[in-house]
Ligand binder design. Structure first.
Ligand SMILES: Cc1cc2nc3c(=O)[nH]c(=O)nc-3n(C[C@H](O)[C@H](O)[C@H](O)COP(=O)(O)OP(=O)(O)OC[C@H]3O[C@@H](n4cnc5c(N)ncnc54)[C@H](O)[C@@H]3O)c2cc1C
Length: 466
């Protein structure tokens, strides 16, 4: 979500890149350059045609990544299985989604709790800047509860023909050749709550790992680890008059007190607010940061009652390996959360859909076996489209989250109307937002000015405190 503010910086608009694809990864199978188109077509044609059945694909995990993947597979003629361990899972999450997700994933408006049109960025010294003034009447940031969004996407996958299995995926037997099945082992719950379930197996031709940050599928393909932030959130039911203040407003707090490397937030939900923070570098202090976030918002949440406490890892970068054979990782399992902003819902759903599309295409709508080259097309497309976004947010975190003076400068910069416009355009639409070169230049000068002022102020404060 901090990307709302961060992406606006000069030249940082999200782009559908025309650059050469960049490969994040070092594993042998992924550093090879993409094959020439002609070779790809021939290879695909040579893959065996399936007789008497369609391609079988299992999606492990029914969050946004898994739900979107399963729906696309089922629509594309694939025999699809979606395995989710907990059908009423409340994924710990701020639940902020960009407007384009509502359109691209055809989300009904009644699953969106709040339409946020005002965002307050609050600096370490509690200077609040209102952003969102440039939004058009129909534009907003969606706020969802994950138990609602995820259930909706899973249900839609089922309606399109996916078989949704309530089960805990345990492990898989990996075939030695390119045509034998993967044998998945899972505990089937059949919707029964409690108990360990019944041991079962399922044979499939390909697997999509959409099982989140602690992915077992990632372990099964030895995908390697990533750095992660720990994020902590409390759902707080506040009195009606306080809730009215947050009706269409969200807050983001920056400062050493709320997090040394992330931000604190208050996001409105149907009848409560979600208050949270995160950190990569000081995980042991997360409760202290949470307390500070609550303290900063205290007047606005006074009289509130904590109704739920939740915490979860947020990946900081993609895993060293995201693909092996006929197994691919998507969403948090792959590590697709934008650094420093913690935005991952849209990217999870997009990657799930993109991976599924590659399988549908490679298998000619489920009629042929797929191989690693088919799945790799998803990775190539993903990296080409989103690599610049991840890189830019990485750089911005280093510039603006490094100290309180830099954070003051960052908030000051957010007051600029041009920044706000570029920011919201790039966050809401995830597309090219053509800039104005003169305004870009002005913004660059102002930014440097803000940073210099903030540092000068820090020096004066330091002198006073000696
Ligand atoms: C506190 C917090 C706040 C956040 N706020 C935001 C925000 O405001 N906006 C935003 O865009 N992103 C936010 N994120 C990030 C976002 O939550 C994730 O990026 C997103 O959930 C990734 O979706 P996913 O489908 O890849 O994985 P998940 O949502 O983690 O879904 C994985 C699914 O797999 C299931 N599963 C796991 N293991 C197994 C298994 N062995 N067998 C069967 N099923 C299994 C789980 O039950 C779960 O349903 C936040 C994250 C945290 C922790």
């Amino acid at each position: 979500m901090a990307s709302i503010a961060l992406k606006s910086f000069v030249g940082l608009r999200q782009q559908v890149s025309t650059e050469k694809p960049h490969y994040f990864f070092t594993s042998q199978s992924q550093t090879r350059p993409p094959r020439k188109l002609k070779l790809q077509v021939l290879a695909s044609k040579s893959s065996p045609r399936l007789t008497n059945r369609n391609l079988r694909v299992a999606v492990i995990g029914g969050g946004p990544a898994g739900g979107a993947a399963a729906e696309t597979l089922a629509k594309g003629g694939i025999e699809t299985y979606l395995i989710e361990r907990k059908m009423d899972n409340c994924k710990p999450c701020g639940g902020a989604i960009p407007l384009c997700m509502v359109g691209e994933f055809d989300l009904p408006l009644d699953i969106i709790d709040r339409r946020v049109t005002k965002m307050k960025m609050i600096s370490p010294s509690n200077v609040a800047v209102d952003i969102g003034q440039t939004l058009k009447p129909h534009e907003y940031i969606g706020m969802v509860r994950r138990e609602v969004l995820d259930a909706y996407l899973r249900e839609r996958a089922k309606d399109n023909g996916a078989e949704v299995i309530n089960g805990l995926f345990l492990k898989m037997d990996v075939p030695k050749d390119g045509v034998s099945p993967y044998v998945l082992h899972y505990n089937g719950f059949d919707g029964k709550v409690g108990g360990v379930g019944e041991k079962r197996t399922l044979e499939v031709d390909a697997v999509i790992g959409a099982d989140g940050a602690n992915s077992r599928v990632a372990k099964a393909i030895d995908a390697g680890d990533y750095d992660y932030a720990i994020a902590f959130q409390e759902r707080i039911k506040i009195p009606d008059d306080k809730m009215a203040y947050y009706e269409d407003l969200a807050e983001m707090y920056v400062g050493d007190d709320v997090s040394p490397d992330f931000y604190g937030w208050v996001f409105p939900k149907c009848d409560h607010v979600a208050v949270g923070t995160g950190t990569v570098t000081h995980k042991g202090d997360i409760k202290k940061f949470q307390l500070a976030t609550r303290k900063r918002a205290k007047d606005k949440i006074l009289g509130g009652k904590i109704i739920r406490v939740e915490a979860h890892p947020i990946p900081e970068h993609p895993r060293p390996r995201r693909l092996l054979g006929r197994v691919a990782l998507v969403g948090d399992a792959a590590g697709y959360v934008t650094k420093c902003s913690g935005e991952g819902i849209y990217f999870a759903a997009k990657s799930g859909r993109m991976c599924a599309e590659a399988i549908v295409e490679g298998s000619e709508n489920g009629k042929r076996m797929v191989d690693e080259r088919d799945l790799r097309k998803y990775l190539e497309k993903w990296d080409k489209t989103y690599w610049p976004t991840y890189k830019v947010l990485d750089v911005l975190q280093k510039v603006f989250y490094r100290s309180n003076p830099a954070r003051e400068a960052f908030v000051e910069m957010c007051a600029d109307e041009y920044v706000q416009k570029m920011t919201f355009d790039s966050y809401l639409y995830k597309t090219v937002a053509p800039g104005n070169p003169l305004q870009d230049l002005k913004l660059a000068v102002n930014t440097i000015g803000s940073l210099v002022r903030a540092n000068a102020l820090k020096k004066e404060m330091d002198k006073l405190s000696v």
